[in-house]
Ligand binder design. Structure first.
Ligand SMILES: [Zn+2]
Length: 323
């Protein structure tokens, strides 16, 4: 079984020094690729460095809505330079947020920074990984005026309604599911998942956040590194947690942990089990489906994994021949 973590933050300062072990153990558990998303100018170099060191890491650069106030006047020029020097990069994490933390940041400014990055993704023909909290109406408006997105956009940790799925899908959205899905009411989650076209389903961990609500004994837990570089400490506050949600109180429902225990990308297996149960499909089917979707989405020109498209085809054929 192969899996693709379509959205995570292995460069996050809380786990950066542990990333080599996390990547190694995740590769051993069948996770072939990690889409690692930067969140501000301060961590793009770490994402790039990680991508240079690990063939399994797909880099993404973007300004997360919680960090728009920290951007420099040169941010857009610097961002473009990162894409020029990193042809394998996608866009992300970008987005808009009207949740408790997002409310502190001027929404028009968030929209402006988001729109610029979405337009850049379209210009560069790369997928973009989007965070949206309590702002789906605004998201749809921006996506309609800048889209459609033939290269795809990833609505990461999607917890929106089933009703919004068709319109978002028509514009090019993929729907990525993480441990946060376990905080959504079961029937609502089931209805929403079943509304998502099968060629648009992705799995992710959002590690080091997004710890699934599973029994602790079923999880890989990571103890955060308290000695991360001081200049990056401001980034170590769950900036990207909760992805695309309408719910504001998801964090309250986090399991009680003995100390700060963080999410490990290998917990994507718990997400897979949960998504497969809601879809009433086998884990193998959902794994293959979500993997093929992610490979297709991340196979833009210059991508590290573009050659893999061919590799996926015979495997699909093999499955067909067996059944
Ligand atoms: Zn994230």
């Amino acid at each position: 079984m192969r899996l693709f973590d379509a959205h995570c933050h292995l460069q996050d300062p809380r786990i950066f020094t542990l990333a080599p072990q996390l990547i190694r153990s995740s590769l051993d558990s069948g996770i072939a690729h990690f889409a690692v998303n930067g969140v501000s100018e301060k961590d793009w170099h770490l994402v790039k460095q990680m991508s240079n060191s690990y063939p399994s890491v797909v880099p993404s650069f973007g300004v997360h809505p919680w960090f728009v106030l920290e951007r420099t006047t040169e941010w857009y020029t610097i961002l473009r330079q990162y894409f020029e020097s990193t042809p394998s990069a996608a866009v992300g994490e970008i987005g808009i947020d009207k949740g408790s933390k997002g409310k502190l940041i001027d929404f028009d400014l968030q929209i402006d920074v988001f729109r610029k990055q979405l337009e850049l993704a379209k210009e560069l023909k790369r997928p973009a990984s989007i965070h949206c909290v309590r702002a789906f109406g605004d998201l749809l408006e921006v996506m309609k005026s800048t889209g459609p997105f033939p290269e795809g956009v990833i609505l990461h940790s999607y917890l929106g309604s089933a009703e919004m799925v068709p319109e978002l899908a028509r514009l090019g959205a993929y729907f990525s599911f993480s441990g946060f899905l376990m905080s959504m009411k079961l029937q609502k989650a089931k209805k929403m998942l079943k509304a998502v076209p099968s060629d648009r389903i992705l799995l992710e961990t959002d590690a080091p956040d997004g710890l699934p609500k599973s029994e602790l004994s079923d999880l890989f837990l990571v103890e955060g590194d308290p000695s991360f570089p001081p200049e990056l400490q401001a980034l170590g506050e769950n900036p990207h947690s909760r992805g695309c949600t309408e719910v504001s109180d998801v964090e309250k429902e986090k399991p009680e942990l003995p100390k700060e225990m963080l999410n490990h990308p290998a917990n994507i297996h718990n997400v897979l089990t949960y998504v497969a149960s809601l879809l009433e499909m086998s884990k193998e089917e959902v794994a293959e489906l979500s993997y093929s979707n992610a490979v297709r989405l991340f196979s833009y020109e210059g991508s590290k994994i573009s050659e893999e498209v061919e590799a996926v085809k015979p495997i699909k054929l093999h499955v067909v021949l067996l059944t």
